[in-house]
Design a binder for this molecule. Sequence first.
Ligand SMILES: Cc1cc2nc3c(=O)[nH]c(=O)nc-3n(C[C@H](O)[C@H](O)[C@H](O)COP(=O)(O)OP(=O)(O)OC[C@H]3O[C@@H](n4cnc5c(N)ncnc54)[C@H](O)[C@@H]3O)c2cc1C
Length: 344
Amino acid sequence: MDIQRDYPEIADVTIIGGGPSGLAAAYYAGHREATVRIMDTLPELGGQVMAMYPEKHVYDVAGHPKIKASELIRLQCEQALQFDPEIVLEEDATALEYVDAPDEPSGQLIRIVGLAGRSYLTRTIIVTAGHGAFEPRKLPIEGIDGWNHRGLSYLVKRTADFANKKVVLVGGGDSALDWTLGLHDIAAAPLTLVHRRDRFRALEGSVTQMRNLAAHGKVNLMVPCEVTAIHGSDRIEGVTITNADDGVEHHEECDALVTLLGFKSALGSIGDWPIEFHSKKQVLVNPATMETSMPLVFAAGDVAGYENKITLITIGMGEAAIAANRAITVFRPEAKAQPKYSSE
Ligand SMILES: Cc1cc2nc3c(=O)[nH]c(=O)nc-3n(C[C@H](O)[C@H](O)[C@H](O)COP(=O)(O)OP(=O)(O)OC[C@H]3O[C@@H](n4cnc5c(N)ncnc54)[C@H](O)[C@@H]3O)c2cc1C
């Protein structure tokens, strides 16, 4: 990112959320020669894909029979950033205010107020905020946040980070099973999987594979058990695992504790905007135009709701194309929403 560049004070389009839908919107708005600003609360672009499953493969994005999730985002960034949008990371679009602007075709601009009070002027907004801010579900252990970056993690970003480590993985869903299978031959053997029940809520094939590994001593399966204490000084050195039936405690040496108990998400500040909602987690849009109930504000991707909505990357990309091309017509009323084809 070129931080020296002077960006216009008023962006034509501000995109709130830098996930797959936001990046697609940034591409289309740039393709229409609009000035674009992308804002995200996270420290990197890529939304859910980079935050939750960068190492998985995605099979259902058109044109990519199989693509690593992080590679999909790398390619989307290459495509979206070619028009040099302003990128504002670690910023929360907290509030929106309309500002009179008689020189603008719409007669208005929007001021976006960030978390620390910084303001950003824009002609239109495309909200691509997904499910809002993510927060992992945590083990009920007092002071657990103190172990962040000291051996405790809530997702697997790079398998290499766990090479030869004594890993204890907690959870009973797809992520826990996927990473047990994905890490058992990278981590020091055997990797320990802890789940509070003996039943798993995951793909049957993954459960069978995991049980086979456990039968051959390659996975140390501890059920029905819970991690009830974490020990160590600078970093995690071990955990207490308690049997949920008889309360018997077991000490397991470990230098990487990965708890995969799912994420809670909340729309956060967007929930306080004076905008009409389709459901608790989705802003209502007209799917033909992706307009919301707030003038100059469009939405696309997981955050945009309407009857029979399907939340998938490919749907968000399509909606982003509609939203971006519609947004152009707000500040360039003579322009058509239908773009010229990009092919040369
Ligand atoms: C484990 C898993 C596997 C998946 N696999 C697939 C798959 O195989 N195929 C598929 O099509 N889909 C899959 N999905 C779903 C897919 O990831 C989502 O549909 C997609 O990420 C939605 O993209 P988005 O850009 O709309 O939102 P997101 O990716 O959620 O991005 C939204 C961004 O907005 C930011 N944000 C939120 N609020 C604010 C705010 N107030 N200010 C600034 N920024 C804000 C967030 O930080 C986030 O970065 C999967 C999801 C998960 C969890």
